[in-house]
Unconditional design. Structure first.
Lengths: 171, 171
């Protein structure tokens, strides 16, 4: 089964992201707006219990962090995905690192660029058309994230939450 | 903001339910297959913290329960919704009662009929057409549910998980 770990931003940010995703993101109906912290990995139902226990240990060492977005950016030309760029604070990078140190990681060498996707799977002309518009509108948010969610994927591609974890590390 | 408390069945049951929901349930893309345990209620962001604390207390007094579905049933003529009927065990009814005793309940007098919806918002002729087919195929599942999920609704109608709660009551 496929799993991943994400943070969901506040309803306000999710609603704003969805106003774009509804039109520009074919994954719109599969998952609500999110920032991936540990990318998709495969595990069976027994393995995931071990992973969940390890995640529970990791979050004990991390306190709530600030999710700050400052602008709209794009992964083009690597892939035509547009996103709210999330500031890669030391807290967030450390959290990512600790979660990826848990077994069943996706490609460990992939650079972590924290983001909330708002548009993807477009062809280049679509991308080049809407990117300047979205960039101009921008995305300035700042809020506290105090929990992570371990999700799994159903056969139709949609994601269900398996468990939430509070970032309960001491100040 | 709108909140609710549900249990998600296993991936197997969700995949099976989705094979129908994809065609017959307009809420298909808003939430994955679930059994509602505390129906929709309104709360603001401060109130929900209190509710979450109370839910955390309730789950301490309840152990994991068996979710057993035996057949496909329908709420018609009250409403044209078809569902997997979930056996209303004493454990489940007690859990429902304790969760509904928390403030911000929906109509307390509404009878609790545990179910997993697979089709809804049909007109009567559609309903009468597909109901016998689904009924014949049936839905026999039995599994353990060890956690609940507190969800909130976004402006577009989709649901995000706020927090999961383990049913950690002693045997």
């Amino acid at each position: 089964m496929k799993y991943g770990i994400v943070a969901f931003p506040s309803k306000k940010v999710q609603d704003f992201a969805n106003s774009y995703r509804k039109r520009y993101d074919p994954h719109y109906s599969l998952i609500t707006p999110h920032m991936t912290i540990k990318g998709v990995f495969e595990a069976d139902e027994k393995e995931i219990k071990t992973v969940a226990e390890q995640v529970a240990q990791v979050v004990k060492n991390h306190k709530p962090f600030t999710l700050k977005t400052s602008k709209v950016s794009s992964f083009a030309p690597v892939t035509n995905a547009i996103y709210f760029k999330v500031e890669p604070t030391n807290e967030l990078l450390a959290l990512h690192q600790d979660l990826n140190a848990i077994e069943f990681s996706d490609e460990a060498n992939y650079t972590f660029v924290p983001h909330i996707t708002i548009a993807q799977k477009m062809n280049s002309s679509e991308h080049d058309d809407i990117y300047p518009q979205l960039k101009m509108i921008g995305a300035e948010f700042e809020e506290e994230i105090d929990r992570l969610h371990l999700l799994y994927q159903l056969e139709d591609g949609s994601w269900t939450v398996y468990e939430t974890f509070r970032l309960s590390g001491a100040e």
